[in-house]
Design a protein around this ligand. Structure first.
Ligand code: CP
Length: 306
């Protein structure tokens, strides 16, 4: 059975530390890795739109000297003719050495992995999980703060449908002395199952509020998210909630000077572009980090040591 990354907890804390170390070495010594995946192929199977995840995976494999194949929408694959995800993945696993797959249905990458002869990486499944975004977030936090413990992090926005939030809360619950502040409208609270599995079961205290202003002075990290339009059942609710939080330079006046602002992107309206100039904005660095940590993950899954 190949090693799959469906959930961030498919990696131990020690393995995540090793991936961060490898990513740091890649950043410092890119030439050392340029042929590491020569003659290896990555397939990107994206049944749902993406800019960063798909292109950073592809850029990562190309930077490792490998090649890429795949599709960026279900309509250009035989899914459009009624092929099952299992048969599609079984087919692609005959051509590629590793597969990154995004799908709008929760659990689809797990189901697909039962049919694959090569490792499957979940590149985002519906409103459920997004483990490689979490690796990106952890590398970014480590680079910004120099550690993965002992801080207060605020998650703000759509905590119900935001899969990056679910995965990151789950991942951070395994580190010491992290305070979680969950900032959302009542309708978009973190799902009960995430709170139970990641926080309550481990006895980790958390605070819930609908006011970013009330808690922003306490935060070391602010993880902003967009309201996930594509997961709403009716447009009226989306329109009512979409601008619940808009981070502006004025709102940041009460924040710590060493706050780190993260956002998985895409951004819609929840961070004013004026914030991009603030030295506390780390989300464009986060985009770059996504490529390096995915390079490290590909090397690990292909068992290539440099
Ligand atoms: N962060 C993220 O998953 O972005 P994309 O949807 O552009 O891949």
């Amino acid at each position: 059975m190949p090693r799959n990354i469906i959930d961030v907890t498919d990696l131990t804390v020690e393995e995540i530390g090793e991936l961060i170390d490898t990513a740091e070495d890649i950043i410092a010594n890119p030439a050392k890795y340029q042929d590491a995946c020569a003659h290896k192929q990555l397939a990107t199977l994206f049944f749902e739109p993406s800019t960063r995840t798909r292109l950073s995976f592809e850029s990562a494999m190309l930077a490792l000297g490998g090649s890429v194949l795949g599709f960026s929408e279900a309509a250009s694959s035989s899914t459009a003719k009624g092929e099952t995800v299992g048969d599609t993945v079984h087919t692609v696993s005959c051509y590629a050495d590793v597969i990154a797959m995004r799908h709008p249905k929760e659990g689809a990458p797990y189901a697909a992995a039962q049919f694959s002869e090569v490792p499957i990486i979940n590149a985002g499944d519906g409103g459920h999980n997004h483990p490689t975004q979490t690796l990106t977030d952890l590398l970014t936090i480590h680079r910004e703060k120099g550690r993965l413990d002992g801080f207060t992090i605020g998650f703000c926005g759509d905590l119900k449908f935001g899969r990056t939030v679910h995965s990151l809360v789950n991942a951070l619950s395994r580190y010491e002395n992290i305070k979680f502040v969950l900032i959302s409208p009542a309708e978009l609270k973190l799902p009960r199952y995430v709170k139970e599995e990641a926080l309550k079961k481990r006895g980790i205290p958390y605070r819930q509020t609908d006011s970013l202003d009330a808690v922003i002075p306490d935060l070391d990290i602010l993880y902003m998210t967009r309201v996930q339009k594509e997961r709403f059942f009716n447009e009226e609710d989306y329109l009512r909630l979409k601008d619940s939080y808009i981070l502006t330079p004025e709102k940041l006046e009460n924040a710590k000077q060493d706050l780190s602002i993260l956002h998985p992107l895409p951004r819609v309206n929840e961070i004013s572009v004026a914030v991009d100039k603030d030295p506390r904005a780390a989300y464009w660095k986060q985009v770059k980090n996504g490529k390096f940590i995915r390079m490290a993950l590909i090397l690990k899954l292909l068992d290539i040591r440099v």
